[in-house]
Write a protein that binds this ligand. Structure first.
Ligand SMILES: Cc1cc2nc3c(=O)[nH]c(=O)nc-3n(C[C@H](O)[C@H](O)[C@H](O)COP(=O)(O)OP(=O)(O)OC[C@H]3O[C@@H](n4cnc5c(N)ncnc54)[C@H](O)[C@@H]3O)c2cc1C
Length: 466
């Protein structure tokens, strides 16, 4: 039983990767640590449960990675996907630290496995967790427990006492063992973004947000983020920016996870409810582009779109939970999708006529492209003419939001007046906007949580001891 009357050195709010990395790191630095996870034990671990891999720099091939991925190359990738909207000092710091994280997480019990293949093209850059995110989390929880970190579930924090940038205590939604007030010398906020809070999303997206599907935990409602910002912590990031992918429109509202994501865009075309194409499906290698499709679909009427392809490519990408909708002709497919058959036939005929000869290779920016249509498909364009014709309906699948708390290199929150907080640290999604102003490259979410989680825990422990 946890003794809530004591004052802990470090209170960690959250139960995902960032929280556990912070808790382990703080405990290893000699602090007493309490983790408050808002979710029940079965659902512990927020969005981290759904993850598969992490992007880390490394100077040489590892047991499971095919070659070097230098700090500079990582930085260039980040620069590209964010369009420069990143804090260079923090981002370079994170990338440098990521080299060490590859081994550090193994020391905490996590195991790697070789990359998955297909369209992911991650064999050189991203290490995959053996058994996925849940196995990774189980290892971190086990290590934390063995080290003596105290962990409480069903422990949603609904109040923070903060005075002049100094954390004093936290209030639980429901008392646990009669206690509802928690005291600690330092705080690590690792409670995710506000992606599961549809009302908050609606402030920026309007009613369109009603059509968004949330890929991960329903527990990341941004309550801790809001309390921090209301108590003088400086915000970072555009509230409309988020990681959002195209997921199957038949997916559940929350927690559908990875098996609802469609990676077939590069093998076909994508049309909106008017059966019109609206973006270059072959703009860049998929790991650098998959995360723009949620926003692209969000901008379409009724936030719905359809990936259209044919029988020649069905084995080229990872299958998803939902089977494609199929029909022997384009017109019949359109009827099943409730699209105008003539409009879909016209779009497909124009696309097929625009396809130029080339040598198909989805692992590189190949020369299969269209000419004379707008938008162009600049790579991997091949005729769609092998029945049955197939389609996936897709909606914006919100993974996580980027609005967050500003932090410095110690993961310490920065207050609105520019001064560092006395004793408040943040890690993971809740501060992802420092690194991700927009865009995404696969595996960075876990890098942010692991790197800044480890730093936050260590610094919070140091802070508490002083
Ligand atoms: C389907 C899916 C697949 C993904 N795949 C990858 C991948 O392969 N690689 C990658 O890098 N990233 C991936 N991501 C993104 C990744 O999940 C996140 O970037 C990362 O897990 C964030 O870790 P975190 O600890 O900050 O947040 P989370 O893991 O979401 O943890 C937040 C925690 O805070 C708790 N919490 C929230 N509010 C409160 C409160 N008031 N009181 C107490 N607790 C609270 C929640 O219950 C939760 O446990 C994926 C996300 C999804 C949804």
């Amino acid at each position: 039983m946890v003794d809530f009357n004591r004052k802990f050195d470090v209170l960690v709010i959250g139960g995902g990767n960032a929280a556990l990395c912070a808790a382990i790191s703080a405990r290893r630095a000699g602090a007493s640590v309490l983790v408050l996870e808002g979710a029940p034990k079965f659902y512990r671990g927020g969005n981290t449960r759904h993850t598969r891999n992490m992007r880390c720099a490394h100077d040489a091939a590892t047991e499971i990675l095919t070659g070097p991925y230098t700090e500079e190359e990582f930085w260039q990738d980040l620069l590209l996907v964010t369009g420069g909207q990143t804090d260079e000092e923090l981002a370079r710091f994170m990338i440098h630290e990521s080299k060490d994280i590859l081994n550090w997480v193994v020391e905490q019990g996590v195991r790697w496995q070789p990359s998955l293949g297909g369209t992911l093209s991650l064999g050189r850059t991203n290490s995959f967790f053996l058994g996925g995110g849940r196995a990774m989390l189980n290892a971190l929880y086990l290590t934390a427990e063995k080290l003596g970190v105290e962990i409480v579930y069903d422990a949603e924090v609904t109040g923070l006492q903060i005075e002049d940038g100094m954390f004093l205590g936290a209030t639980l939604k429901q008392p646990i063992d009669g206690a509802s007030e928690i005291r600690a010398s330092a705080l690590v906020a690792a409670a995710g973004g506000f992606e599961a809070n549809i009302e908050w999303l609606k402030q920026y997206w309007g009613d369109a947000a009603d059509n968004f599907l949330i890929r991960g935990t329903p527990y990341n409602r941004g309550s801790i983020l809001k309390m921090l910002l209301d108590n003088g912590v400086q915000d970072i990031g555009d509230p409309t920016q988020c990681h959002a992918v195209a997921i199957d429109a038949r997916a559940p509202k929350f927690d559908g996870g990875i098996i609802t994501r469609h990676d077939s865009v590069v093998f076909g075309i994508v049309v909106n409810k008017h059966a019109e194409r609206f973006y270059d499906e072959g703009e860049d290698i998929w790991p650098k582009r998959y995360a723009i499709w949620g926003r692209l679909v969000a901008a379409q009427p009724d936030q719905i779109a359809y990936i259209i392809f044919d029988s020649s490519v069905v084995t080229s990408f990872m299958p998803t939970l939902f089977p494609p909708i199929g029909a022997p002709t384009v017109a019949e497919l359109a009827v099943k999708l409730e699209l105008d058959p003539a409009a879909l036939e016209k779009t497909l005929a124009e696309f097929n006529a625009a396809v130029q000869p080339g040598t198909f290779d989805h692992t590189i920016l190949d020369d299969c492209r269209t000419e004379g249509i707008t938008p162009a498909k600049t790579h991997w364009a091949r005729k769609i003419d092998a029945p049955p014709y197939l389609a996936y309906p897709v909606r914006p699948g919100i993974t996580f939001t980027y609005l967050g708390t500003r932090v410095n290199k110690q993961s310490r929150m920065v207050m609105k007046d520019g001064k560092p907080s006395a004793n408040m640290f943040a890690a993971g999604e809740i501060m992802a906007g420092n690194v991700l102003g927009k865009g995404y490259a696969a595996g960075i979410g876990m890098t942010i949580g692991s790197v800044f989680g480890r730093v936050a825990g260590r610094e919070a422990a140091k802070n508490a001891k002083n």
